[in-house]
Write a protein of this length. Structure first.
Length: 148
């Protein structure tokens, strides 16, 4: 990770391996949406990102499914700070809400690019442990400093 990269921190530890499994499930949901266009998949993601972004992780369906995989495959606890993951979930909520609105309004030109971008971000988190949220947070901090 770059020395200049800033991430929000809240000093609460979560299992990075579980977070990466959730990202894989987001990736698979995005791919399924691209293949069949079922809006309910995006509605599921809107709900799930909302629960994880706004301190309701016990209601996250993907989190519950990830817990099953963690137990089933005895995935070890790898501590990481919850702050960056929660910030990224908030960004994901805005992102998938935008995808859902575009789907409802029939803005097909936006659907594939936005969903592909969602899949790329999820793939980076799942397979490389790269949190795009930290990069965006750093960028927002720099913009904020310009106007401060």
């Amino acid at each position: 990770m770059s020395q200049d990269l800033q991430c929000p921190v809240d000093h609460v530890k979560v299992n990075e391996n579980k977070v990466r499994i959730i990202a894989l499930l987001v990736l698979l949901s995005g791919i399924l949406f691209l293949l069949n266009g079922y809006n309910w998949l995006i509605m599921l993601l809107v709900y799930d990102f909302f629960t994880r972004a706004f301190f309701l992780p016990n209601f996250s369906l993907l989190g519950a499914l990830a817990n099953v995989f963690v137990k089933l495959f005895k995935v070890p606890f790898k501590p990481t700070d919850r702050g960056p993951k929660r910030f990224a979930a908030g960004m994901g909520f805005v992102f998938v809400t935008t995808i859902l609105i575009a789907a409802i309004l029939g803005w097909v030109v936006l659907l594939a690019p936005l969903t592909i971008l969602l899949c790329i971000f999820a793939c980076l988190e799942s397979f490389a442990g790269i949190c795009v949220g930290c990069y965006i947070y750093t960028w927002l901090q720099k913009i904020g400093n310009i106007f401060a």
